[in-house]
Design a protein around this ligand. Structure first.
Ligand code: NAD
Length: 453
């Protein structure tokens, strides 16, 4: 099938690559000429396990084309996937300027029937705005082509995006109850047929419900994290091990084990913005989402928890102190640092006069870019970008762990102690057992693990 994907970010590039892998002829459009040039030269703009191989294979097979040519993109696919960013506007609502620009690009050049598929995370009612934007362009040109706008939100996780796309838990699709909507359903049904071979994974619904489902899913996951973080902070006060509690409640099938990990807050490009956008939608309809307001407030506080623990241990003024920081990306297996907890920690430590040595297995280049935006030149001068996790430890007053990379899970604690000036670990992801730390003579500060002894 001929498919156009508009936007080659995390979602667009993975969607395009995986649909090409299934034999489709995929045209990827991006306005970022540098990104397109990089992709055309065989490079990959993001770190995502397995993606490079899939893109290389399908480019070589002639099933993936990268271009900035809007007209060619509109002509190529009978299905036009919109996978551009929807960053938060100043008031927290989703900024639809990129989505609507993509829609206008389609309307400006299309000549025959198209199915426009919103893959970006967009608020309820966006499909109608996309429809109006396309119709406006058609009317301006006096072209009578028909089209249908469907919603197909994406649930992939960064760090496991290819795997998630290829083996989805579910595919949510919203189509209109019109003849054009019916054509959209038939096309999407055959596109996704390879994913439904063992059992049906597609949930068909109306367009608005599909748009809402994506926000509901992310809001639920964020709620579970903030819920556990709030309890972890209480656990620290009352001498309870939140990890034991996690096992104790997760074993209840009504609760389940996923997304119950206490830590130093959630980040990334999705949870923070989607929680905010849903709150904004509700406010626009005269309703306050009280639970989500709390979820957000708890998370903002939680991103400061490591800084608070460091201050409790070393004092408000950290001048002359030096810290090793392991993990900069917002989660493992990605180089994405959007809303990463490490950014809050670094601004805090450096703002209090400390120096730091940072290390992340893949986000070092991205860290250099974003820290330039976050920090003053004087603060940036106090950041050493270490060559390895071991190198970062040298002469630090403590190690602070922010991201749960696998490579950090089983260090040689004798080496860690030998390199650190003081054997102190602040563990923002509860990677280690307090008892093991005590056996190794390491002062350990986890999240919600201050068991009374
Ligand atoms: P991204 O910022 O990584 O990529 C967006 C791309 O779109 C950029 O390359 C940009 O240059 C391009 N673009 C912008 N306007 C364009 C236009 N008019 N025409 C062509 N290209 C254009 O974004 P992302 O992380 O892939 O997210 C895309 C959408 O998917 C967002 O709505 C996001 O909320 C949603 N989403 C993201 C994830 C995730 O894990 N990143 C998961 C599920 C859903």
């Amino acid at each position: 099938m001929k498919i156009t994907i508009i936007g080659t970010g995390y979602v667009g590039l993975v969607t395009g690559a995986c649909l090409a892998e299934l034999g489709n002829d995929v045209f990827c459009l991006d306005l970022d000429a540098q990104k397109v040039a990089l992709l055309n030269s065989g490079g990959i703009p993001i770190h995502e396990p397995g993606l490079e191989e899939v893109v290389a294979r399908n480019r070589a097979a002639g099933r993936m084309t990268f271009s900035t040519d809007v007209e060619a993109a509109a002509a190529h696919g009978v299905m036009q996937f919109i996978a551009v960013g929807t960053p938060p506007d100043e008031d927290g609502s989703a900024d639809l300027q990129y989505v609507l620009a993509a829609a206008r690009g389609i309307g400006k050049y299309m000549t025959d029937f198209k199915v426009i598929v919103d893959k970006s995370t967009v608020p309820v009612g966006t499909a109608e705005k996309v429809r109006a934007a396309i119709q406006g362009e058609l009317d301006a040109r006096g072209v009578a082509a028909t089209f249908s706008v469907a919603s197909n939100p994406e649930f992939l996780k960064e760090g496991a995006a290819v795997e998630d796309f290829m083996r989805p838990d579910r595919i949510v699709i919203g189509v209109d109850a019109t003849p054009d909507g019916e054509s959209a359903r038939e096309l999407l049904k055959s596109l996704y047929a390879p994913f439904n071979r063992n059992h049906e994974r597609t949930y068909w619904m109306d367009v608005r419900s599909a748009e809402f489902t994506k926000y509901a899913a992310n809001a639920m996951l964020a709620t579970r994290i903030s819920f556990m973080n709030e309890l972890a902070n209480l656990a620290d006060k009352v001498g309870v091990d939140i990890e034991a509690v996690r096992h104790g409640i997760g074993s209840d099938p009504r609760i389940g084990h996923s997304f119950l990990y206490a830590g130093c807050g959630y980040g990334g490009s999705c949870f923070p913005k989607d929680v905010q956008a849903l709150e904004r939608t509700a406010r626009g309809h005269g309703q306050e989402l009280l639970i989500l307001r709390a979820v957000e407030a708890v998370n903002d506080q939680q991103k400061q928890v490591l800084g608070r623990k460091v201050v409790t241990r070393f004092g408000e003024d950290l001048t002359g102190r030096h810290f090793a920081v392991w993990g900069l990306a917002f989660k493992p297996n990605t180089d994405d640092m959007r809303e990463a907890s490490a950014r809050v920690l670094l601004a805090d430590l450096l703002g209090r006069g400390a120096t730091v040595a940072v290390y992340d297995p893949v986000a070092m280049a991205e860290a250099r870019r974003v820290l330039q935006l976050d920090l003053t030149p004087e603060q940036l001068a106090k950041v050493r970008f270490a060559d390895s996790s071991k190198d970062a430890l040298q002469d630090a007053d403590a190690l602070v762990i922010v991201t749960e990379w696998k490579a950090f899970r089983s260090p040689d604690f004798e080496q860690v102690k030998a390199r650190l000036k003081q054997a102190v670990i602040f563990d923002g992801r509860n990677l280690f057992e307090p008892a093991v730390m005590a056996e190794n003579g390491i002062e350990y500060h986890g999240i919600g693990r201050s068991i009374l002894t």
